[in-house]
Design a protein around this ligand. Sequence first.
Ligand code: ZN
Length: 301
Amino acid sequence: MSLKFWKNASLFAASLALTLTFAVGASAQDKIRTVIIDGQNNHNWKETTPYLVKILEDAKMFDVDVATAPGKGGDMSKFNVDFSKYDLVVMNYNGDRWNPQMDKAFVEFVKNGGGFLSYHAGNNAFANWPAFNEMIALGGWEGRNENSGPYLYLDNDGNVVIDAVEPGPGGDHGPQWAFPIDNRAPEHPIMKGLPKTFRHCEDELYQRMRGPAHNVEVLMTAFAPADKRGLNRHEPLLITVPYGKGRCVNYMLGHAGKQCESVSFIVLFQRCAEWAATGAVTQEVPADFPGADEPTFRDLL
Ligand code: ZN
């Protein structure tokens, strides 16, 4: 056998491998162009952003950039994200207000059909920015109170309660525990095919969330019992909100890296991201998705 043959054979193998790679994943131009914004947070964004990147890349349909803002008190005038380059913005940011130009560009991006996924404490950000609060619909902390809008939760019959009367702070949680999550919208693309109840890992169960609460669809809740410092009601953990032509998703789980390895977190994050960007979910429910009794985990990083 000639040397030339082997050279050609290895070239052929290389091109075959390339073809197979493209056949499995979406081609670069079809991928959902995504930017994760971080740089300030009362949470460890330096730990969690790499998990979020890995989770999105594992879904093989996202092209992921990270835009890191200056630290707290830094010069925000120089921090600008070119939203025209993206289909999806992921909020892993809770800190100083962006500059007015970036605020405006972000609102236009979502209004014109961009996808927005607020992750965990992303919904703590910008308590005094009305447009942002319309997009997340429910927020917590950072001075939120009855002036921020009603509380929203589900009663024991599964009815959504919008309580505009009760005064008090927005945002609270008890100790972390591994709570069961109830699928409240089994026909919604994000939730379709997922079990009626599934177990998340030890995490914070946000409660007393409040905000403008317009046009909210509740996809997931968990019951927060009094012995976990809860209010004996079903708290929303995943909601969707239309804003102009855009789709906003407020996904409240995933306190730190450990929580990002819970399969329920991973799968919901991937599905929320695809839906926010496209309005559809094409991803299959994986075999390791948890049932009602035990959380499941993947070793990501
Ligand atoms: Zn947290």
